[in-house]
Design a protein around this ligand. Structure first.
Ligand code: NAD
Length: 270
């Protein structure tokens, strides 16, 4: 896709968990659309710096900042560094997430807390810091019609129950009500909060589900569009949600899933 380098010109974005997968694609897509980007990473410093270098080589602006999104002090420090470097922030993409799968009765409290802490509490901590800056600064009409945009990366598992992944599904279900409640509270301040709920996208998080022909064939039974998604499918939607083209979209979850949430088991059945 050809991105317009003017669409997000002058805007400052922070993408969490941007050293791989969907976060990386979103960081690159926002940069291609003219935004200056903070590439947050947890442990993959080399990958994060390569993404920053690539963006700079294409005449974009980017920096990498290390932080664990589940730790309040690290999140606060990441936002202070962002504001020091870029002066403000216009777009937050809450993307960092992981899975720690287990049959329910064997799931440890540690596995539960780790997933809720990063996938849900991490989104809360980052959204709160971004919202404080959006409220402080307000709308700059020459930059955007919004005082700020928050995009939460959820999952089809905010609505599809997932046995063996109770912690993950609970974290994504939590994102739905957190996102909509923040959207309701902040819309009067011209802050837009929305989610993208990906279906199966080829990234490291779910590699075993698509990296052999047998696994891919099984996965495709769940996808009416009959293809596994690519990270760019999410990057494009994130750019739209971050731009003024979606100015009247508040508190929405966009399912980008090739129809996975359309109950494909009911095709010619039931
Ligand atoms: P990924 O493993 O490539 O990306 C997750 C990123 O989060 C990694 O870069 C990882 O380093 C980072 N991260 C993990 N813990 C962190 C922490 N404590 N602090 C900061 N960063 C941390 O996988 P992905 O598929 O790109 O996942 C990105 C998001 O998309 C996740 O929220 C995931 O739940 C969601 N998602 C993915 C799919 C899919 O099919 N790939 C489907 C639905 C939702």
């Amino acid at each position: 896709m050809a991105y317009s380098p003017y669409l997000l010109k002058g805007q400052k974005a922070l993408v969490t968990g941007a050293s791989s997968g969907i976060g990386e694609a979103i960081a690159r897509s926002l940069a291609s659309s003219g935004a200056s980007v903070v590439v947050n990473y947890h442990s993959e410093a080399e990958a994060a710096h390569k993404i920053v270098n690539d963006i700079q080589a294409a005449n974009g602006e980017a920096i990498a900042i290390q932080a664990d999104v589940s730790k309040e002090e690290e999140v606060k420090a990441m936002f202070s560094k962002t504001l020091q470097h870029f002066g403000t922030i216009d777009i937050l993409v809450n993307n960092a997430g992981l899975q720690k799968d287990s049959p329910f009765v064997d799931m440890t409290l540690e596995q539960w807390n780790a997933v809720i802490g990063i996938n849900l509490t991490g989104q809360f901590l980052c959204a709160r810091e971004a919202a404080k800056e959006f409220l402080r600064r307000g709308v700059q009409p020459q930059i955007s019609s919004a005082a700020g945009k928050i995009i939460c990366i959820s999952s089809v598992h905010e609505v599809i129950p997932w046995s063996g992944h109770v912690n993950y599904a609970a974290s994504k279900g939590g994102i739905n009500m957190m996102m909509r409640s923040i959207a309701q509270e902040l819309a009067p301040h011209k802050i837009r909060v929305n989610s993208i709920a990906p279906g199966a996208i080829k990234t490291p998080i779910n590699q075993s589900a698509w990296d052999t022909p047998q696994a891919e064939a099984k996965l495709l039974q769940l996808i009416p569009a009959k293809r596994v998604g690519e990270v760019e499918d999410i990057g494009k939607v994130a750019v739209w949600l971050a731009s003024d083209d979606s100015d009247y979209v508040n508190g929405a979850t966009l399912f980008v899933d090739g129809g996975m949430t359309l109950y494909p088991g009911f095709t010619a059945n039931g």
